[in-house]
Design a protein around this ligand. Structure first.
Ligand code: ATP
Ligand code: MG
Length: 440
């Protein structure tokens, strides 16, 4: 632990020492990078605040109900006193109905989710406090509920998402009883706010073991709650000449092959296939139908508008130049219209291809055709929009054009340069304008 935390720990009384807890202790023991440090002790909010101030740190109050204090020095830390949470019976809402503070660290450990997240580190002594077998579960790479798993997962539906998020990020397995409880309790996810599910889904998608996590979500029934559309693809067969896998397995493999920023698009790229087969008897229109479904799903999960737009475009366009035979003129227009997403689209196309016919069978030249054309166009100084032309509307007006004509003439110049028929230089374009005027 760092020096400022050690200094802060000195202000806590010996019988109520300051601990780091949760993800930071887990990740440090695993040798992973630690992003945020959560702090706890038997001291209540006001005391912790007072100690932090004495240690020369800045303090702001978090939740009064949960007793949280935000402590800022060089780093920023969230302090919460030991507490016990109570949840309303039978519902999976994430928010406890009542909170009681306690001096007993064991009670605090039991309000947490998994044993590997219920490890404490005494900041002053450096000693790890393991009350529930977290260290052994860490060694065995197991996610085990801190207590009766039916109670733990039954109190807060979000814990099921957290379970598979940790499967994805840490590469651990869900311990059998815990996995069983996840299957029993997955309908509780209906009680969880969509934005919370989105946050967990994003973290899950970023994990290295995302395939196992997605299969876990499907198997426990959570997928049917958070993304029922995915389940429409389970077991749906595809033309075996091109595809080795059913649609659901193909989608999961695509996600595994996709880089982080493209994983949600990968998850949604073929989302409409099952529905298309059911309604139309084929998959021809799955990209457009998928884009509409992606928009609906992402809106429901409260994704930001710009992200919805980016992902739906990737889904809509993922079949572009599938056979690698699109006319170059058309492809040039495509590059200009979609310059902002060409890299992501290329990543998606490659992941899709790998997940279709196997990693070694991918025709990389075909997959890279769009990106290479984009690079070539850039190197040749070809404009990607009217705004990048070497002449402006003013120049066009100097030739006597007015109103809508100006835009039309600029568009013509753009097409000429885009297709490489004229270079994007002022003199060249002015002489095109001159010729055009004389022919009018
Ligand atoms: P990360 O910070 O990598 O997202 P984390 O395990 O630290 O993972 P946080 O959300 O920061 O997760 O929570 C800190 C600790 O609080 C957890 O390790 C866990 O002990 C406890 N915790 C968080 N959310 C829950 C929950 N929904 N139910 C029970 N305990 C929780
Ligand atoms: Mg954390």
């Amino acid at each position: 632990m760092n020096e400022e935390l050690k200094a802060l720990a000195e202000f806590f009384p010996p019988e109520k020492p300051l601990y780091a807890v949760g993800g930071c202790v887990r990740d440090e023991l695993l040798g992973r990078k630690v992003y945020d440090v959560d702090l706890t002790s038997a001291c209540l909010q006001e005391q912790a605040e007072c100690f932090a101030e004495r240690a020369g740190m800045r303090v702001s109050l978090g939740s009064k109900r949960l007793g949280t204090v935000i402590i800022k020095g060089k780093g920023s830390y969230e302090y919460t006193p030991f507490r016990v949470d109570s949840y309303p019976a039978g519902s999976g809402v994430h928010k406890p109905s009542s909170v009681r503070f306690t001096a007993d660290i064991r009670e605090d450990a039991r309000r947490r989710d998994f044993t590997v997240n219920a490890l404490y580190k005494n900041i002053k002594t450096g000693e790890t406090v393991d009350l529930l077998g977290g260290v052994s579960d860490l060694k065995n790479r197991l996610l085990r509920a801190v207590d009766d798993p039916m109670r733990v997962l039954g109190e807060d539906g979000l814990r099921i998402m957290r379970l598979y998020r940790f499967v994805s990020v840490l590469g651990f397995d869900a311990e059998e009883g815990t996995a069983h409880a996840a299957r029993e309790k997955s309908p509780l996810l209906y009680d969880i706010a969509p934005e919370r599910i989105r946050v967990e889904l994003d973290k899950l998608l970023a994990g290295e073991h995302v395939g196992a996590a997605l299969r876990g979500l499907v198997n426990c029934g959570a997928m049917a709650v958070i993304l029922p559309e995915f389940c429409e693809n389970i077991g749906v067969k595809q033309n075996e000449r091109f595809h080795k896998f059913t649609v659901d397995e193909h989608i999961i493999k695509t996600v595994e092959y996709a880089p982080e920023g493209v994983r949600l698009a990968a998850l949604l790229h073929d989302i409409a296939k099952g529905r298309c087969v059911k309604e139309e008897g084929n998959m021809y229109r799955h990209a457009d139908a998928g884009a509409r479904m992606a928009e609906e799903i992402m809106t429901r999960l409260r994704y930001p508008k710009a992200e919805i737009k980016r992902v739906t475009r990737l889904v809509a366009l993922h079949m572009t130049d599938m056979r690698g035979d699109m006319r170059e003129s058309k492809l040039r227009r495509f590059v200009a219209d979609n310059a902002d997403i060409i890299d992501d689209l290329t990543s998606l196309i490659i992941a899709d291809a790998k997940a279709t016919c196997g990693e070694d069978m991918v025709d990389m030249d075909k997959c890279l055709r769009i990106a290479r054309l984009r690079d070539r166009m850039k190197a040749e100084g070809i404009p990607f929009s009217v705004g990048e032309l070497a002449v402006s509307g003013k120049d066009v007006m100097a030739f006597g054009y007015r109103g809508k004509q100006v835009g039309k003439v600029l568009e013509e110049l753009f097409t000429l340069t885009l297709q490489g028929e004229k270079v994007n230089e002022r003199q060249t374009l002015l002489s095109v304008l001159n010729k055009r005027k004389n022919n009018d």
